[in-house]
Design a protein. Structure first.
Length: 317
């Protein structure tokens, strides 16, 4: 992993910090991966090892998902194993994928993560364990600690004839379910956030299950070392990306200088840290439906300032 080095630049009474020695997209990815590992994400020695259990057709890391369920809910797993025998895993994955597909105003990845799934014969599975309010329930604490937060680089996701070899820079998995994707660009190589946005619009088809709204990944981040944009509903050229910046501290857009790292480090070291992401999925993300047709209208992920304001209010309460 590369180490981040900075050059201090003073101009007109202002201090700026410029990254030196990190000039390619790969270098930036290395730094982001290291920082996210330090924040609590599981990383892998190779991209091949990271996605060995990734099923493109299901858009799931199946071993991670089944492993979490077996570890945390062995009694529930025993129910379906008794019912289906050697086909228990197959039937479980079929049930999960069915529930991940929104049906009117129910189902979808957000509902599944919050409520779990039910399947015959009377089994109820939680596919993630949110942080318990207290440590009074040891089992809840252990299940929470068992969550598998996995970072996969260069995830090969393609299921269409023209994207079989395409890969997304970073995919974040919660117990085998993809919840975030990221396209990263390095400013020093002449690529910026706008190029990552264009890549999503041009090369990340919403026909691929990984990118279908509220089916798998909840939010998609386009970023470089200075700015961030996000989208929850990819629609090719019609995709709408919104800023996810802190502001530059002077009533302007962008992000303030970071003397300890990249300007966008708050995203991958703080906002997407495991506990923070769990909190976002549990309490902040909202799916809106049409009141008459019950069809999905939008997936709402909070902007940075909305998230920051709410958390500060809660902390001060």
């Amino acid at each position: 992993m590369t180490q981040i080095e900075f050059e201090t630049i003073k101009e007109d009474g202002n201090t700026f910090y410029k990254v030196v020695g990190t000039t390619t997209e790969r270098n930036f990815e290395d730094d982001v991966e290291r920082l996210m590992h330090e924040a609590g994400w599981i990383t892998f020695e190779s991209n091949i090892a990271a996605q060995a259990d990734y099923d493109r057709k299901l858009a799931l890391k199946v071993d991670s998902l089944v492993g979490f369920v077996k570890q945390t809910q062995p009694k529930e797993w025993a129910k379906i194993e008794k019912q289906y025998g050697a086909h228990a895993k197959e039937r479980f994955l079929k049930r999960v994928t069915d529930e991940l597909e929104p049906h009117d105003d129910r189902g979808g990845v957000i509902a599944v993560l919050r409520r779990g799934i039910k399947m015959a014969p009377g089994a109820h599975f939680r596919l993630c364990a949110f942080k318990p309010a207290s440590a009074k329930n040891p089992e809840a604490v252990e299940n929470y600690k068992a969550n598998r937060f996995e970072l996969v680089r260069q995830l090969r996701f393609g299921t269409l004839p023209d994207d079989a070899n395409d890969s997304v820079d970073v995919a974040l998995f919660l117990n085998g379910i993809p919840v975030v994707t990221m396209e990263l660009k390095n400013n020093l190589s002449g690529q910026r956030t706008a190029h990552a946005v264009e890549q999503y619009k041009r090369d990340r088809s919403p026909k691929d299950l990984l990118f279908k709204p509220n089916r798998r990944a909840v939010v998609h981040f386009a970023l470089d070392s200075e700015t961030v944009q996000m989208c929850t509903w990819l629609a090719n050229g019609k995709s709408v990306f919104l800023p996810f910046d802190m502001g530059n501290g002077k009533n302007g857009a962008g992000n303030p200088p970071n003397p300890n790292g990249y300007r966008t480090q708050y995203l991958y070291s703080q906002v997407l840290a495991p506990d923070s992401l769990l909190d976002l999925l549990q309490r902040f993300v909202r799916v809106d439906y049409d009141p008459d047709t019950h069809a999905m209208k939008r997936v709402i992920f909070p902007r940075y300032h909305q998230l920051d304001a709410v958390r500060k209010l809660v902390a001060d309460a």
